[in-house]
Design a binder for this molecule. Sequence first.
Ligand code: GCU
Length: 629
Amino acid sequence: MKKLQIGLQNHTRAILRICGVLLAVCAVSSAVYAETESAGPGIYSTALINVTARDAIDLSGPWHYIVDPQKIGILRGDRRRTAVFEDVSEPDGPTDFLEYNFDFAPVMAIPGDWNGRDSTLTWFDGLVWFRRVVELEEPQSQRRFLHFGAANYKALVYVNGKKVGEHEGGFTPFAFDVTRQLKKGRNSIVVGVDSTHDNDSLPTPITDWKNYGGLTRPVHLVSVPDTYVHDYFLRLESGNRLMASVRLGGQKVANQEVLVEIPKLDFTLRGTSDETGVAALEADIPSGLKRWSPDSPHLYDVSLSVAGDEVSDRIGFRTIAVNGSAILINDKPVFLRGISLHEETLGDPPSRAFDEDSARALLSIAKNDLNANFVRLAHYPHAEVMTKLADEMGLLVWSEIPVYWDIDFENPETLALTKRMQRENIIRDRNRASIIFWSVANETPQTDERLAFLDKVINDARKLDGTRLMTAALHNIRSKGGVSVVDDPLAELIDVVAVNTYRGWYGNSPLKKVPDSEWSNPSGKPFLFSEFGAGAKYGFRDPGLEKFSEDFQVEYYRVTLAMVKKVPGLSGLSPWILKDFHSPRRMHANYQDYWNRKGLISPKGDKKAAFFVLRDWYTELDSQGGKKN
Ligand code: GCU
């Protein structure tokens, strides 16, 4: 079974292609939905958004789980005794017997990664079955979706023994309409999560981060009326217009009256959905609207409604643009004082399970202690709570999909998977004012196949959201006459050129040479350092500057910032990385112990000496009104 088809057979795909063409022809207004896979008006493969603002049962808490090392729980032939997804407790006949039973199985707190929840699974890669029972009074007349914030990596979902769908991709939301499968009384929800990656998955198995498996984000049972607000996209465009695209889901989606209200501004947009269920509304920006920016992160309560359904959200409004090598927020140039981070909580062992507290803990260190105004959320879409908090706290965000190192750029299925993962990410988060960049790749080889692949991915993103800047983290920069020339052909396709560089750490250039490094960015586009960094084990001090000492990391930052300050037209940086993080590639028992030690804080949050080198420069920049001289 190579690729998971989300309940879609080939003939449906044919219909899809026809619909796709029809969609594009009919209504320019629904351009932001042009590329979305839809099995016809009202039925979409991307999940309804903002489920925590809807009528939903949060299924967080203990789930029984069964580890299935040989993946035999997936039915083969008639071997019912191991058909875990059926979740029966009594065998068929007197001679029959079961070789699984969830009621006797251990429980695990969901959301969470099994690596941190069960010490026997610390490095387990494979299939684990999860079961949750939901008691329902009366199956409501409403439509019901089973919504997953994310499951790493492949998810097989069953309700009362019936398969309702599958999903591939470990960091984006998905949902299935389970209205017909649910019944009064006991309902069994079984999810098989397979964390295994292969050469045409995204990413491949080779990553410098730990592959946390499981139901890593919240699961909700969401009730919506027959016609409901599926997703929406509010933004400022062409300078003075507030635009709203609202897509309805369910039965009667055409010719429905749709309202978008911002009570604080006494502002209402009213319109009618087209035959595809999309209402495209716009008006001049209401007077008195305060624009969102990192220094003043104004958010407005917004409600979006159609007869019978209403969804509320908190949204900030701002514009983002480039002017030559400058990045403009609300038409003002901004210098990105950034830091990169993985989605891994403080603590040892850490976890992938992010709630508001764990997200706020990390983002506060970045914003309040380091004086950053920008975070690169690497290398995959982080939890929704993270981007919503960045909106609230006033942090600009780089959002990324895991096209990481070398993936199968020639495989059309990997391309389809990448586009779908990006679509799921953009549709979930495009109302977040904090997000300014969609990143499509990190350190990928400069091949023609890669360029053609990413060109399609970038075009897809631009159709879904033409208001944000496209970027990618480049590396392998060519040196010409001692000058590093950023002439990767991908730079032509993106809006902001970003480079990862590890001079003085990897390779043999001595630290003292780093400040003399010169950079040229022929594209003339805004230029960032998306990564640089050096490893240091918290508490290991050596004035002799041995690598992995805090002293080496301090010196590394001192010389690298000296280089950074000299780069003409630089628009920002996001050093690697805020916190030490788990990686299977870091095996030095004394210095690393499976931690990538390039953090400026330890796993528990202790600040290393280099933290203050960066903090001091950011504070100086901030006091200069954010401009880098
Ligand atoms: C790479 C990569 C990171 C990795 C880092 C490192 O640039 O993008 O994922 O962790 O280098 O080597 O520490």
